[in-house]
Ligand binder design. Structure first.
Ligand code: CP3
Length: 348
């Protein structure tokens, strides 16, 4: 198949194909016994930095399920090491030294992807060579605000208060840091496209902590620039996952991504009302729905598909990462139901 013609990529460009493409956020990970087995002999950071291992893990869910896209096995925090950040995982990211001053913010260097993340580029090359021509490979990065949250907080948090107060206390240094992260992620994603990524996704996992005013002040102009610069250098669909962004959608629309990822708390029909019927949406089955009895899961899948049908095109996914206690057989059932119910000519 010629480049750029997988079902997934066509949907990202707004074209409705023979059915809805499907992949699952965090599809490579601890709910898979083969992942847990592999991780017995290698820690998470080493796995992400060893291309043979990272490529194997990326391909594990592709071997098990008929998914339309693979996503690079890595983490949003990985490229930060190449910017001078000391990092560990337990199991979420833990920073050696959180950024708490303007001087510390200014001590980071811009990412040179070839130098700082060569293993990521090599993983993408290996996966692209092994993945069949009808399945797409997604490269990704954290969106600047979400990376900023972890950098300043020093790890996970419910409210990222340290990070959000730094925005106000040190607005100038915070803005400089956000810009540095934005510039670095542009370079990182463009390098991923050159190494074989067919689509590029930006995860803004914590952007729901911002209200529309702070989003417009600290995130929107930078996100617009990031998306514009990636697009100017790499002709790949760009997916923007604005987690918890129900109140931000009119502004998220202004970012200009090809596809908007929606979390499960906002019905897709309402997302389409706000984004317009020309939009392409990705999502948004509640990850907890995978724990429901099958008839109920089946109904939930159909409901998401019916709502996705209101958009120009729909990429089926969960509304956030799959939970590690999920039964893989439920995932097989889910993927099959998406295939069945979204096939052209099938009434939803
Ligand atoms: O989606 C995939 O299958 C690709 C791999 C991927 C990982 N992290 C692997 C991972 C992706 C795309 C990410 C992105 C990521 N990482 C995000 C954005 C998406 C989101 O969830 O909102 C965020 C916020 C992170 C930061 C992070 N990394 C956290 C909070 C954690 C702990 C999560 C947990 O489930 O406990 C991680 C660790 C991590 N990243 C694991 C995996 C498979 C678990 C590592 C392990 O113990 O094996």
């Amino acid at each position: 198949m010629p480049e750029g013609t997988t079902l997934f990529e066509r949907a990202c460009r707004g074209e409705r194909g023979e059915r809805a493409p499907v992949w699952i956020m965090r599809q490579a990970g601890r709910y898979l016994p083969e992942y847990r087995k592999l991780r017995e002999s290698v820690d998470f950071l080493t796995a992400t930095k060893t291309p043979e291992v990272a490529a194997r893990i990326t391909l594990q869910p592709m071997e098990r399920f008929p998914l339309d896209a693979a996503i690079l096995f890595s983490d949003i925090m990985t490229p930060l090491e190449g910017m001078g950040v000391g990092l560990d995982f337990d199991p979420g990211p833990v920073l050696e030294r959180p950024i708490r001053s303007a001087a510390e913010a200014r001590s980071l260097r811009p990412l040179d992807p070839e130098e700082g993340t060569p293993f990521v580029l090599e993983t993408l090359r290996q996966v692209r060579a092994e993945l069949g021509p009808d399945r797409a490979l997604i490269g990704f990065a954290g969106a600047p605000f979400t990376l900023f949250c972890y950098l300043v907080q020093g790890g996970g948090s419910k409210d990222f208060m340290e990070a959000r107060s730094f925005l106000r206390l040190e607005a100038e240094a915070a803005t400089e840091l956000l810009e540095l992260l934005g510039d670095s992620m542009v370079r990182y994603l463009v390098a991923q496209a050159r190494a074989g990524a067919d689509a590029l996704m930006l995860f803004d996992s914590w952007v729901g902590l911002l209200g529309p005013d702070t989003y417009r002040r600290f995130a929107l102009p930078l996100m617009r620039r990031v998306v514009g610069e990636i697009r100017a250098q790499a002709d790949r669909p760009i997916i923007y996952f604005a987690n918890g962004g129900a109140t931000l959608l009119p502004d998220v629309k202004e970012v200009g991504a090809d596809v908007v990822g929606i979390d499960w708390t906002l019905p897709l029909s309402r997302a389409v009302e706000q984004l317009g019927t020309g939009a392409v949406v990705q999502g948004n089955l509640d990850p907890a729905a995978l724990f429901a009895p099958r008839p109920e899961l089946d109904d939930a899948v159909r409901s998401v598909l019916r709502q996705g049908a209101l958009a120009a095109a729909h990429v089926f996914n969960l509304g956030h990462g799959i939970h590690r206690t999920t039964d893989p057989d439920q995932v097989a059932f889910l993927v099959d139901r998406v295939h069945q119910h979204s096939a052209r000519g099938t009434p939803a």
